[in-house]
Design a protein around this ligand. Sequence first.
Ligand code: ZN
Length: 191
Amino acid sequence: MTEIEQVQLSMDGFEVNAYVVHAPEGDIIVDAGAEPGKILARVREPVAAVLITHGHADHVAALNDVLQATAAPVYIHPDDAGRTDVQVYEPLQDGEDLVIAGQPIHVLHTPGHSPGSVTFVIGEDQVVGDLVLPGSVGRTDLEGASWEQIEASLDKVMPLWTENTRLYAGHGLVLSAAEELANNPYLPPAR
Ligand SMILES: [Zn+2]
């Protein structure tokens, strides 16, 4: 099974996560908010791609350093690409099935915290960015954010949750979807 490694980063004392997906034929970095050296230190194989869950600064501030070090292509949703300074990128589309370094990745457009937020479905697991946070969901008091969209996006990802699903969020520890279902008051009731 593909290992998804959490990299806990500090951005001016504020914690944020990146991930390294150890795919069958290479590594995939997800998000690059700070401390690029710490992210790159977890890489074991050539980096086949850098995926971005959303374009807020705490998820992309180290993106240029990571791209320079890896020469990998970057994948981001067009609605958040303008928040970064990348000019050339692979546009993520809702419902598309990528295969990167031998790893199938299903892409879901899950706006709400930001217009171009996406969730990466990897097997039973999900890299959710700031859609779901420990005991909470992403902030919707920011420009371009929408509570209605967060709810619609949760309705998209939650039906895929199984007893085994882990949620790799933008902040905090790796989550069990089942535990969040039981304890997270912000999640809509399962339908
Ligand atoms: Zn954010």
